[in-house]
Ligand binder design. Structure first.
Ligand SMILES: [Zn+2]
Length: 165
């Protein structure tokens, strides 16, 4: 017999207000705009010995609050976007699209992420990877880590990372 429990962390404070723009296929790029993003976490797995829970809610909430705080009140920039050139000098981040200068932001206001586009799909995958790293390798009883990122009511994407080899 095999089974798994699923726990959900969908607290109202797991939000981040951030600016972004995405690039599309071809030579299209959105204007800079913002969302009140909301992140949720779902973890599946067996139980921890002695405690009879999958994860300690307080520990996981702390991880999620720290991750959303990193993104809060930032301009989210995708480091790995082939159409964007993002460079930092003298405390400023310069962003060029298709070879043309487009934005200059104070570096402290930016979060440059190791993703190719700041879509909710890529943000969800990024956050799932960060949660996995934070939960550590000791958590062998965990089967999946899923993060959902909502950018508007009823408009979200989720990424589910499967931890089994
Ligand atoms: Zn948007």
């Amino acid at each position: 017999m095999s089974g798994a429990f699923k726990v959900a962390i969908t607290k109202e404070d797991l939000v981040f207000a951030a600016a972004h723009f995405i690039t599309f296929a071809g030579h299209r790029c959105e204007k800079l705009h913002g969302h009140n993003y909301r992140a949720s976490l779902f973890v599946e797995g067996g139980l921890e010995a002695e405690s009879w829970f999958v994860v300690d809610f307080s520990a996981v909430k702390k991880i999620m609050r720290a991750l959303t705080a990193e993104l809060d009140h930032r301009v989210l920039l995708p480091r790995d976007n082939p159409k964007l050139a993002i460079s930092e000098k003298n405390g400023s981040v310069q962003v060029a699209f298709a070879g043309e200068p487009r934005y200059v932001f104070p570096a402290g206001d930016c979060m440059i992420l190791p993703i190719p586009n700041t879509t909710v799909e890529m943000l969800a995958q990024y956050l799932a990877g960060r949660v996995r790293a934070e939960l550590g390798r000791g958590a062998v009883h965990l089967k999946t880590i899923e993060v959902e990122v909502e950018e508007n009511f009823g408009q979200s994407a989720s990424y589910r990372e499967i931890l089994d080899d």
